[in-house]
Design a protein around this ligand. Sequence first.
Ligand code: HEM
Length: 480
Amino acid sequence: MVAELDFAGAPARKQPRRIAVSAGAFAQAKRVPKAKLLPFVGVLFASKPHPPSFFVRMAREHGEIVGFDIAGKPLYLVNHPEFIQHVMQTNAGNYRKSDFYYRLKAMFGDGMLVTENEVWRSKRTLAQPSFRRHRFDHYCQVMAECGDNLCDAIEAETRDGQPVNFVPKVMAAALNVATRTLMNCDLAEDKDRFTEIITTIMVQSEKRVWSLFELLHDLPTRARAERLQAIADFDGLLYKVIKDRMEGRSSHDPAGPDMLQMLLDSACPVTGEPLSLSRLRDDFLTMVLAGHETTAVSIAWCLYMLCRNPEHMATARDEVDRVLGGRQPTYEDLSNLPFVKMVAQEAMRLYPPFWTMSRAALNDDEVRGYRIPKGTTIMLCPYVMHRNPEYWPDPEKFDPYRFTPEAGADRPKHAYFPFGTGPRQCIANHFAMFEAQIMVAQMLQRFDLSLHTSEEVETEPMISLRPKGGIFFAARPRRR
Ligand code: HEM
């Protein structure tokens, strides 16, 4: 039995373990049952229009593991916590990120999300101190300031009773949190252009990741020209922020060195040289892109589910009023807002922002008696696992009380992994939870929220699990 390790916050110094499987054990292991679909591209057609629901159905029909053929290569969908633990943690050394991630390199460069081995390790080790306890008070203060601005923006727009699409507003707020905490830059002047650039990059990244023929995206089309322009503009903004800091025209916040300063003061552990501009660009682009949209959609889904479940809304609001009494939340308050945290956890169970992840096997392996041949892509899908009725009875029901310590005591840890697990677990998992708790608390403090229509908001499974068409709230300022 391998000890459970929580990698978040731990320096990434060690090579992930690789457990070799003997040829005999591999030969004796069972073959994975295959879904009966057309060969080659069957899964891509069958999973339209909503891949997450299709994979939930496949898991219900086939059990803990099922195989597909995707462009002539095996893809296994797993639906048991032991597979998640084995692939992402216990035997993580035998798996690399799948080719889907490598498609992101056209936009993300060599950022932490898509690199491996020494390069990844050096990035993770240098970035990790920015996500430790000594920065949390400051981060929470920035989050609360951005949350206040978000509430002001909503109040200004909803004054005449108009419903407001909350999603772009919370995206802008989360973007501001990311740039202020990581680089101490407000981007207020360039906000609209920055948001536009990021939207272009994200939409095109998403199309590329899910495309049948990736190389089509490199043909000289208008979309490609727009993508290249957006990347060039993003680089321009980012290089300006970095150069201003290098040349003393800006500084880190008074609370202490931010991630930009720490990276500028570091040498690359591999070459011993100062970090290059292009490396800094890849790192910050990844942080900003990986960080803001995921957090923003999780906050949006949280408030949506509270509006649909008035009894939980009332409990959350009572907690917020009792603990905060109308003042801005701080880091110290978060441990006194357990119900708001449980609401965020349950919203991320039903709507995991990173709805699926995948890995490719570097060598033959065996898990739970099944054969995993070298080269197989393993799909690790929180959207599916978080709906497995064995661990989540009545899985579609929104019930924050699933996350009390007692309710979770007998549940395997890897039945829930919105932030991934093992050495590649989200570096900012605590940061993201703080942001969700703080902004949800502020919205409940300031507004009586209701949904504009009673129709269910559908999910749009892109890189993150977005609310399709946005979420429109009527937000009436609360009277005290
Ligand atoms: C609710 C919000 C968030 C969710 C659900 C989330 C989810 C994830 C997941 C599932 C992974 C692992 C991907 C994999 O193993 O293939 C990941 C990695 C990562 N996340 Fe997050 N994330 C969130 C917020 C953030 C924020 C706010 C930042 C930065 C400020 C961030 C930065 C990163 C980075 C750099 C990685 C790559 C880590 C590595 O490969 O070592 N994330 N995230």
